[in-house]
Ligand binder design. Structure first.
Ligand SMILES: [Zn+2]
Ligand SMILES: [Zn+2]
Length: 456
């Protein structure tokens, strides 16, 4: 059995609650000229409490941060009231605040954490270097603060911060993506739109959270019990994947087009442990429009499942590609659209052939690799016949409301290519297809411009 070579560089994560009695803003102070970090300076940390009347707490407060977490000060508890995180991809800006760089999610739409049944909305994340908190006196190279706010007037604590510490080692995937947006605002008090950013991309846990083992306690049958925010995996009535049997399918002659407008765009290949994902950067790989609606679903990433998750008349195929698109408009209810392509063993898939040499360096580790410009148009869709139904993500949190489009044309992939994908992911996901889910009362439509040609 291969050992996973996961390098753990996230040391620990901590939470703190801050008490604010008056009106609260999510930000730490904005103006760089108002304070600094020099120990001897008149505006340094030792003087912050004297600089402004409303900064008195810096000096006279008795619950100040940061602190050292020394073993002898720490009380170990079995369960420290669970943190329920449910984040959503949402539009964000990156902001140079002079004293730090901050990623700020807009309109309170990036999701929440729940602590002791109070919801705290994610506002922004920013970095301190070196770390502010220390563990047993040890300081780390970087500290991320994820700032959350409660709008509940009855909540005792208004602000909740999740802090994560980093030491020098392999690159942090989230920062890698961000860094090219930071360069243009270097040394300027400016901000920059960076499109949709998924806070889930900030990895907080290194251990695998779920797997595909049939009887295992982290297997598909238990996904819905593993976390509160994964309950859709168990309770949802519109789960994916499903079987597309002829007797369930309604044939629709007129195909409302999927308009695809893709562009070549810089991408990374990422080993997420449970799959290999090709992620286009900066929301610039283009979009699709569905059913003639004006909403733009922006291409985020593609990833592979093997064997296939969806089946046609009970037949499972060897590989399934999911092209994931997200609509950034907060008013759109069904904001995720996935196009699925099915493959059976045969001649190699030309698109995968190009990627495969980048797979080995990230095999078996949670790593990623810049692979330069990748043109999503190179993924040949072929065929204008496809299935459409409403379903869910096929991995936790199994979010529902996903618009599924499954291309009916079966493409080919070589056995070597399937093997390469399987070896690259972690052992627990060599087979990474979720079992079929009940159809319930859903409709499956088969859009076929020439229905008489389709025996299905
Ligand atoms: Zn901070
Ligand atoms: Zn998928």
């Amino acid at each position: 059995m291969r050992q996973s070579k996961l390098v753990i560089f996230i040391y620990s994560f901590l939470i703190f609650l801050l008490i604010f009695s008056k009106s609260v803003t999510a930000q730490e102070v904005e103006d760089q000229t108002q304070f600094d970090y020099s120990l001897l300076d008149a505006k340094g940390p030792g003087r912050w409490g004297d600089l402004k009347e409303e900064w008195g707490a810096c000096k006279s407060g008795s619950l100040q941060s940061p602190i050292d977490m020394s073993s002898f000060r720490v009380e170990i508890v079995k369960k420290l009231g669970e943190i329920k995180r449910s984040y959503t991809p949402s539009n964000a800006i990156v902001q140079n605040r002079g004293h730090d760089i901050s990623v700020k999610w807009l309109n309170n739409s990036a999701g929440t954490i729940q602590i002791n049944s109070t919801d705290y909305f994610l506002q922004q994340g920013h970095w301190h270097s070196p770390s502010e908190h220390t563990i047993n006196g040890r300081r780390f190279e970087l500290e991320l603060h994820m700032v959350h706010l409660s709008f509940d007037p009855n909540a005792t604590y208004k602000i909740a911060v999740i802090a994560q510490l980093y030491k020098i080692g392999p690159s942090d995937a989230f920062l890698s993506k961000l860094i090219e947006n930071v360069m243009p605002i270097a040394d300027k008090l400016e901000e920059r739109n960076i499109g949709v950013i998924d806070p889930e991309d900030i990895k907080m846990e290194d251990e695998r959270e779920f797997d595909y083992s049939e009887g295992g306690e982290k297997g598909p049958a238990h996904w819905g019990d593993l976390k509160h925010e994964w309950s859709d995996c168990k309770k949802g009535g519109m789960q994916s994947p499903i079987d597309m049997s002829s007797d369930r399918v309604q044939v629709v002659a007129k195909s409302p087009d999927i308009q695809r407008t893709y562009y070549p765009c810089n991408a990374i290949l990422k080993n997420r442990g449970h799959d290999i994902s090709l992620q286009w950067l900066n929301n610039s790989a283009g979009m699709i429009k569905i059913n003639g609606s004006a909403d733009n679903y922006i291409l985020q990433q593609g990833h592979w499942h093997s064997p296939s998750e969806h089946t046609i008349n009970g037949r499972k195929f060897d590989l399934e590609l999911h092209m994931v698109h997200v609509c950034p408009d907060p008013n759109v209810t069904n904001y995720i659209a996935v196009i699925a392509l099915l493959y059976k063993i045969g001649p190699p898939d030309p698109f995968l052939s190009k990627l495969i040499e980048n797979l080995m360096p990230i095999a078996d580790q949670m790593a990623e690799r810049n692979i330069g410009e990748i043109d999503p148009n190179d993924i040949k869709m072929g065929g204008r016949t496809y299935y459409r139904y409403m379903g869910s993500l096929t991995v936790p949190p199994c979010t529902e409301g996903v618009i599924w489009t499954i291309n009916k044309k079966i493409r080919t992939v070589s056995q070597d290519q399937v093997n390469a994908l399987r070896t690259a992911v972690h052992d627990f996901a060599e087979v990474n297809a979720r079992p079929l889910q009940p159809l319930n009362s859903r409709r499956i439509q088969l859009y076929d411009p020439n229905p008489e040609n389709t025996p299905n």
